[in-house]
Structures are given as C-alpha cells and as structure tokens.
Design a binder for this molecule. Structure first.
Ligand code: NAP
Length: 281
C-alpha cells in the first residue's frame, strides 16, 4: 500500500506558485467573501488568507453580517467584478438560508470564478472543455492521481456522493480521462457491491468511517474526500483507514490527503485567472 501524500504534493504546488509570483511586478489578488459567524467557515477563510500571503498572492477578506440581503451581496460581487485589481472572487459556502446561493454564484464573472462553481465553468467541465477554473477539491484529487501516476483510463471509478462542488465535477474530470464512472448516493441500492467493483473508489459523503474493507476491492485506489470532526475535535475521513488501508494499492489519509490539496488548487486557480485576464494563458 502506498500512502498518497497530499501535504507534500500541495507544498510542491505552493513552491511553484511562490516562484512565479516572486517575478511578478503586480501580484495576483483574490477576494474572499464571508457571511455570518460560522466558526468552520472562519477557520477556512483565515487559512486561505494566510496561505495566499505566503505564496505572494494578495488576499482581501470581506466580512458581512449574517443578515445581509441578496441585493447587497450581489452588488458587492458586481463591484468586485468591475475591480481590475481583483483577479479571483470566492464566496465562502454555505451561505445563510435566506440567501439564494445559486444566484449569487451566477453573479460572479466566470473569468473571476476561482471556485469553478459558475454554471459556465461547471458546464465547460461537464462537456469536457477547459474552464477558466475547475472546482478546487476535485482538481486536487485529479492532481494527486497525476502525481502518483495513477492513470484513470479504462478503470472503473466509483464515486460515493453526488454534490455539485465535489462529486459531479470529479465524475466529469474522470470521464474526460477515459475512466468508466459510476456515481452513487444515499438512495443507491447495493452500494457495497458497486463500491467493491471499483478500481478507483472516491468517497465524499461526510459520514465518518462509513467505508469499511468490505466496500473495497483488493488493490483498489481509495480517495477519501470526507472531513468530519467528532465531539473531541478529532478529524475523521469517510473511510475507516485502519480497516481498509492494507487492502488498497494507494490510499489518501485524513488529514493530509485531499484536504491538503484544496487550498493549493485555490491558489493555483487564482494565478491561472490572473494569467488568463492578462492574455498570458
Ligand atoms: P454533500 O453535499 O454533503 O453530499 C454528500 C453526498 O453523500 C450526497 O450526495 C449524499 O447522497 C451522499 N451520501 C451521504 N450519506 C451516504 C450514504 N450513507 N451512502 C451513500 N451516499 C451517501 O457533500 P460534499 O459537499 O461533496 O462533501 C462531502 C464530504 O467532503 C464532507 O465531509 C465535506 O466536509 C468534505 N469536503 C472536503 C473538502 C476538502 O477540501 N477535502 C472539500 C469539500 C468537501 P444524497 O445526494 O442522496 O443525499
């Protein structure tokens, strides 16, 4: 079994970005909008802000009270769309329930949509053509597969989960690399049987340790996207690592696997959008 090391792979990406930004007169810039006081969201936004600075990307965090109206938030996005000093816009999700997330994401200019959630970018990924930016977590998974020379072509990839931010774009990306893709979800019958036919098994459910060794084919590649925190604050993946690892050929740990890649891909996307906007890509 080979452990897929997200931290080391992410560091390579950060180092490469840092080297590139050092030579730039004008730095790339990302604006991150956060609404309300969700502690997890605050932690994520602070991490993004800190990492951006470390790799030579300017970061602007814009905080709003949780009662902000749809119109006010959309107007801020319009302002950022028209601000040439901002290359990338990210709205930290989830948003409070009174806000229409889809409409807000749709307001971001696709060329500044660093999360790749805008329907234009999502659509491009779905039809297999290059988007301005691709969603960071699935892009992180694809980067890890590439780094470890795991070629999806001809393999059966089973994804457990059907979210718009992780699983659906990942399915499209794997399909573009010629995998045979099966998407499972909470209404799937015979989940265990399907999962155990996977050459590449990706789990993105948010259900701590739900995947045990009977879900896994001998020699499979197992990618664990899940992040759940128990009452003691310990982080768990969706895969019961100790039970599953020895059966796999490659496996991502949690933490230190996919999660470590997400911010790296965010920074990579920011630099990419900067270059696209300057006609350098
Ligand atoms: P999500 O929107 O919460 O959706 C979870 C998906 O899992 C749903 O499609 C759901 O099916 C399915 N599911 C839940 N329980 C299941 C079960 N027992 N059997 C089969 N399918 C089941 O998911 P997400 O946003 O993709 O996030 C998934 C996990 O990844 C979470 O732990 C999240 O924290 C983590 N995550 C990590 C990163 C990272 O940087 N590593 C980034 C994003 C998310 P239904 O559609 O039928 O309800």
């Amino acid at each position: 079994m080979i452990l897929i090391d997200g931290k080391t792979t992410a560091k390579k990406v950060f180092d490469k970005i840092k080297t590139e930004t050092e030579n730039l007169e004008k730095k790339p810039a990302i604006a991150v909008i956060i609404v309300g006081n969700d502690p997890a969201s605050k932690i994520y936004v602070n991490r993004k802000h800190k990492k951006a600075k470390e790799v030579g990307i300017n970061s602007l965090v814009i905080e709003f009270d949780e009662n902000i109206s749809q119109e006010e938030l959309e107007s801020k996005i319009n302002e950022l769309n028209n601000d040439d000093s901002i290359n990338a816009i990210l709205v930290q999700l989830p948003l409070p329930k009174h806000l229409n997330t889809y409409r807000i994401i749709e307001k971001i200019l696709p060329i500044k949509d660093v999360d790749g959630f805008h329907p234009e970018n999502a659509g491009k990924i779905n039809i297999g053509i290059e988007a301005y930016a691709a969603p960071c977590t699935p892009l992180g998974v694809m980067t890890l597969l590439d780094e470890y020379k795991i070629n999806p072509e001809g393999k059966h990839a089973v994804i457990i989960g059907r979210s718009n931010i992780v699983s659906k774009p990942l399915a499209s990306m794997l399909l573009s690399k010629n995998a045979t893709v099966t998407i499972c979800h909470s209404k799937t019958h015979n989940l265990k049987e399907i999962a155990s036919t996977a050459d590449i098994l990706v789990v993105a459910t948010g259900k701590a340790n739900m995947v045990t060794s009977d879900y896994v084919k001998q020699g499979a590649v197992v990618i664990d996207v899940g992040i759940s925190r128990d009452k003691d604050g310990k982080i768990h993946g969706d895969v019961d690592f100790d039970n599953v690892a020895e059966k796999t050929s490659y496996i991502t740990p949690v933490p230190g696997g996919v999660g470590a890649m997400t911010i790296a891909m965010l920074m990579q996307n920011t630099l990419r959008l900067y270059k696209i906007q300057r006609g350098q890509k």
